[in-house]
Design a protein around this ligand. Structure first.
Ligand SMILES: [Zn+2]
Length: 144
C-alpha cells in the first residue's frame, strides 16, 4: 500500500468515526480485499463529505426560514438556491448509498431504492416489478 493510501486511511479514520473499522481493515487486509475495502472506504468518505454539505445546507435553510419568521422584511431569495443545492447533494448521497449497497451485493429496487429479497418478483415497498438479474444494457439497438 502506498504512503498516500496509508495517509488517506489514517485521515479517514480520524475524520469519519463510523468508517474507522473499515479504514483499519484497509490497512490490515491484503491484495484484492484491500483494494475493495479501499474503494469502499473512499466511497464512504465521499458520501460522508456530501452528507456534511447537506447538513450545512439544512442549517442555512433553517436560518433563513427562521429569519423570515422573526423578521417579516427579511430576504429569503437565497432559499431557492439552497433548495437546488440540496436536491443535488441529496441525489449524490443517494447515488453513493446505492453504490455502497451494490458493493455489498444487495439488490435494490430501481424505482424506490428499497432492498429486494432473493426471489422477490415485486418490490415490497413500491410494488415495482423486479427485473431478473441479467447483464442488461440500455434498451435500444441489438434485436434479432
Ligand atoms: Zn420499490
Amino acid at each position: 500500500m502506498s504512503q498516500d493510501t496509508r495517509e488517506f486511511l489514517e485521515k479517514l479514520k480520524s475524520t469519519v468515526g463510523v468508517a474507522g473499522e473499515l479504514a483499519q481493515q484497509g490497512l490490515d487486509a491484503a491484495g484484492k480485499a484491500a483494494v475493495e475495502a479501499w474503494d469502499t472506504a473512499k466511497l464512504r468518505w465521499k458520501k460522508a463529505e456530501v452528507q456534511g454539505d447537506v447538513q450545512r445546507l439544512y442549517r442555512e435553510v433553517g436560518r433563513l426560514i427562521y429569519k423570515a419568521h422573526t423578521d417579516k422584511e427579511a430576504q429569503t431569495d437565497g432559499l431557492d438556491d439552497l433548495f437546488a443545492a440540496l436536491d443535488e447533494k441529496t441525489a449524490q448521497v443517494e447515488a453513493y448509498k446505492q453504490e455502497l449497497r451494490a458493493r455489498r451485493g444487495e439488490a435494490l429496487c430501481t424505482t424506490c431504492g428499497a432492498k429486494i429479497g432473493d426471489g422477490d418478483a415485486f418490490c415490497r415497498r413500491c410494488g415495482e416489478k423486479i427485473k431478473p438479474k441479467t447483464e442488461e444494457t440500455t434498451g435500444d439497438g441489438g434485436g434479432v
